[in-house]
Design a protein around this ligand. Sequence first.
Ligand SMILES: C[S@@+](CC[C@H](N)C(=O)[O-])C[C@H]1O[C@@H](n2cnc3c(N)ncnc32)[C@H](O)[C@@H]1O
Length: 205
Amino acid sequence: MSGTRGHWENVYATRAETAVSWYQPHSERSLEWIAAAASNPAAAIVDVGGGASKLVDDLIAKGYTDLTVLDVAEEALAKSRDRLDSDAGKVAWVVADITEWRPPRTYDVWHDRAVFHFLTGPAQQVAYLAALRAGTAAGSTVIMATFALDGPEKCSDLPVQRYSPATLAARLGPAFVLKRQADETHETPWGSQQRFSYAMFRRLS
Ligand SMILES: C[S@@+](CC[C@H](N)C(=O)[O-])C[C@H]1O[C@@H](n2cnc3c(N)ncnc32)[C@H](O)[C@@H]1O
């Protein structure tokens, strides 16, 4: 098992899904932006590094029918599957490291909250961006949330690369045009605050 996978399997095996710093009862901004980008319930949506997030529950409730959740930790996806019970069959579950994943198809919406920021080395970032290009097409929407420039330097005891929407846009390159941006202060389950940058891009070509 890779170091990355081992770290995350251990996190999800030892912590309740509501007891991690990134827990959200509902991913309000992500839901709003996905709805704005994908009015068709048949739109293909992938949540990259979705973990045990309840975003997928809310997307199912909104009627989306082509949902994929990818995570490096099987344990995280198992939590979501257990929670969703009979609705779990409505989702494609993928256990993979995003830096090694070869998407078998493209998605209309690529969503990533607090995953890309763990990739602090150029080689990892290049590998992620290769997956992003393979998993999207011209017209696809990319929604990414990372720790902001004034956000924490670590998440889950791992160092992160912090971004503003503008520096994220620069990292994605000119094929991805910044359409929306927002700063968000996330409150952890124990009441501390974390500054996030949200950015929504449209792939041009
Ligand atoms: C901070 S959590 C965020 C989870 C979820 N996106 C959310 O907002 O609740 C980071 C997630 O990314 C996953 N992850 C970390 N590195 C990854 C990688 N290289 N490939 C795929 N998933 C990864 C972790 O297992 C974890 O579920």
